[in-house]
Design a protein around this ligand. Structure first.
Ligand SMILES: [Zn+2]
Length: 508
């Protein structure tokens, strides 16, 4: 007999018990769950059980095996009815035989409790008044009753339960209190913002702010799976706030359906312990970066590009690197395309949003996290890189806050060449940082390495620190940004071709 099985026909306890008979056992305990004629004050006339059989049998067998291992019982089994049951029928039967009675009792108790909570079985109760309702566990049964009693569709929700995280030594009751006292502003309620808001609300962060000026569109849903198709056309900030409320009514949430701009940045972010950047454009990111330094408020950044993304935590102090230390020029929204332009698989921003939520919780709990580094995660190869983000000596954002100047790194980022042959003659190795499509459309007119911007960042470690590289793109914008980053990684010989391929003298 399989340890857990469903039966369409009546269960016979005598037959079930005899299958567990064992001469080495001195104790046998069995539990029978009967169909009773009432539930939560309602007269019940009959019941129906339905199960997601394949899944249920696996989970049921696992529970029986757990009970055997945990209590050392010799034999154990559970049988559950499905289909239509009458009052007085045996709905579920559990039996355990063991060397002693105590193990048998405890195993029996364990199996029935776990089956109630873990096995996907739905119960449809038929009431005297002709109504019926599906319920799937004891807790849901209470809700179904409540709904019934009040003749509306707002069940009395249970209270949030943080036991699965307070069980961690790093969290505990004290950590939970810290989370409850904390406040986080989430800028962007899209692909990154959804997982951030979900996990922070679930964790019981006391106050959340949501800033998003957009309305939900059907094309958002493959990555913003918190929303529904019927929500399209509505403001995302309000939708997200409603979802937060539904997930955890203990969390206070403020929704702002506005664009995060210079004019409102200060007011919107006031009073928050942490800002999480879930925007998809560099203008907002740099605005947040400068705010981080000005207001000394930490900002957790994430950017996603196709199958790759990166994470950086800007703490906002003098000593640690900021976004402009790594990306010195703010005028390059085109450097990393957004999802609309470049395309993205839904889980990609999901992964990075989840990482942001994790880093945010670690920060609020005082656990070690990202510091002065850029985490790059390539989701095609599943490889991660942690690049040191150095505080740039000539960073404009740091300078603007009156930070003490750092030693200046000599050498301009950009070098003009009339032809690529001139650059080669000057001792540069060329690196084409354009993507494959651009290369096909306009091949490089000279021998070069091909490392598209995103690859370049993750493969910086493979480049020769002493070599002279000239980075080339179409206009010089991406290559300048990339060379600045590489130089901050210690590749002092990196430069960018001013004006890119467009700026070259054509031989024709
Ligand atoms: Zn900086």
């Amino acid at each position: 007999m399989s340890p857990f099985r469903f039966s369409e026909s009546a269960l016979d306890p005598a037959v079930l018990s005899s299958a567990l008979a064992d001469d080495s056992c001195g104790g046998f305990a069995a539990f029978e769950g009967w169909v009773r004629n009432h539930n939560e004050g309602h007269a019940v006339t009959r019941l129906e059980y339905e199960a997601f059989t394949e899944l249920a049998e696996k989970e049921g067998a696992r529970i029986v095996a757990e009970a055997q291992a945990r209590f050392g019982v010799t034999r154990a089994a559970c049988a559950h009815r499905v289909g239509s049951l009458a009052i007085g029928d045996v709905a579920v039967w559990v039996g355990a035989s063991a060397a002693h009675r105590d193990e048998a009792f405890r195993a029996c108790r364990y199996i029935i409790d776990e089956v109630k909570h873990r096995v996907p079985i739905w119960k449809k109760e038929h009431y005297v008044n002709g109504d019926s309702g599906w319920v799937n566990c004891e807790r849901c049964a209470a809700q179904a009753h409540d709904r019934h009693a009040h003749h509306d569709h707002s069940p009395a929700a249970p209270a949030p339960d943080y036991s699965r995280q307070t069980a961690l030594r790093e969290v505990g009751i004290e950590g939970q209190a810290r989370l409850r006292a904390a406040s986080v502003l989430v800028v962007g309620a899209g692909g990154l913002g959804v997982p951030v808001l979900q996990y922070l609300a679930g964790a019981g962060v006391g106050r959340l702010g949501v800033v998003d000026a957009d309305r939900l569109e059907p094309s958002n849903l493959h990555r913003q799976t918190w929303y529904s198709l019927a929500d399209c056309g509505r403001e995302k900030a309000a939708l997200a706030a409603a979802r937060v409320n539904g997930l955890n009514p203990e969390v206070r949430v403020d929704a702002h359906a506005v664009r995060f701009e210079h004019a409102n940045a200060e007011a919107l972010s006031k009073g928050y312990d942490l800002i999480v950047d879930c925007s998809d454009n560099f203008t907002t990111k740099f605005l947040l970066n400068d705010l981080a330094l000005r207001a000394r408020r930490p900002v957790l950044f994430a950017s996603v590009y196709q199958y790759e993304g990166q994470l950086q935590f800007v703490r906002g102090d003098d000593a640690s690197a900021c976004l402009r230390c790594v990306w010195p020029d703010a005028t390059r929204d085109g450097l990393v395309g957004n999802c609309a332009e470049a395309g993205v698989l839904g889980p990609v921003p999901g992964v990075f949003g989840s990482l942001q939520a994790l880093e945010a919780l670690k920060f609020l709990l005082g656990l070690p996290g990202l510091a002065n580094e850029v985490l790059i995660f390539d989701l095609i190869t599943l490889s991660t890189q942690r690049l040191r983000a150095r505080r740039a000596p000539d960073c404009a954002a740091h300078r603007a806050t009156g930070s003490p100047p750092m030693p200046v790194d000599a050498g301009a980022d950009e070098i003009p060449f009339a032809t690529l042959a001139d650059a080669l003659a000057a001792g540069f190795t060329l690196i084409d940082v354009r993507d494959a499509r651009e290369r096909l459309a306009e091949p490089m007119p000279a021998p070069s390495l091909h490392l598209p911007v995103q690859k370049l960042l993750s493969e910086a470690a493979a480049l020769d620190a002493d070599a002279h590289y000239l980075l080339v793109c179409a206009t010089g914008r991406r290559s300048t940004a990339a060379s600045g980053l590489l130089r901050s990684q210690g590749l002092r010989g990196c430069r960018s071709l001013r004006g890119g391929l467009k700026g070259l003298k054509t031989s024709a």
